[in-house]
Structures are given as structure tokens and as C-alpha cells.
Ligand binder design. Sequence first.
Ligand code: FES
Length: 123
Amino acid sequence: MTYHIRIRDRQADKIYEADIEGDRYILESLELQGVDLPFACRNGACTACAMRVNSGKLDQHEVMGLSKSLQQEGYALICSSYALSDLDLETQDEDEVYQLQFGQFFAKRKRHWFQFAFPIDHD
Ligand code: FES
């Protein structure tokens, strides 16, 4: 099945529109049509390809690096997801999803400089 996708690249100040197949990863489908979007791992793990979902439905069952709650809040990793309807997406802020997902853990585990020092053995 073919779906229409609209992506607003907020950093590049561009809007892309394309028709994509529902049985191919969204990022791959767009790349085949010359659309250049951020990515890194291509494996649903790093969040570099994360998008805000303004409208539409995606199949994210292969995604590992995005919690179900963030998926329900309207985020998607397009390297590992498929369109289930027409979509309206926009790029995230730099590290937006990474901070939402992991930032809380780093804040709780604040370290001091001396905690990184390792004891040096002397004979
Ligand atoms: S490129 Fe890493 S999660 Fe999509």
C-alpha cells in the first residue's frame, strides 16, 4: 500500500513530500527519492532519525531505542518503522528524544570529578 508523507525538516527549513510504500522502512523509502534526513545506526537504536509525529500511524514493532511511552507521545524512529497511513512528521531538536529518554537517568546519577579517578597501584 502506498502512503503520502510530508516531513518538515526544521533545521534545514525544508518541507519534503513523497509517496512511500508501507512495506519499506520510511527512511529508506525517502532516501530512494533523494530526501536527505539525519540518521546514524539505521537499526532503531540511536535516536538520530527520531521524528515528531504530527499525524498518522506507524508500525514501530522493530524499534528498540524508543520507549513505548515516547512512541505514544508522538515520536518515531523512521529508520526502523513503516507507514500505516499518510504521515505528517517533523524533525526533532538535536538530541530531543535522547534527552527525553535518557536525560532523567543522568540527572539522578550526578558524578563528581573524583569519582572518575582510578586508584593507581604502586609496587
Ligand atoms: S538511525 Fe539510529 S535509530 Fe534510526
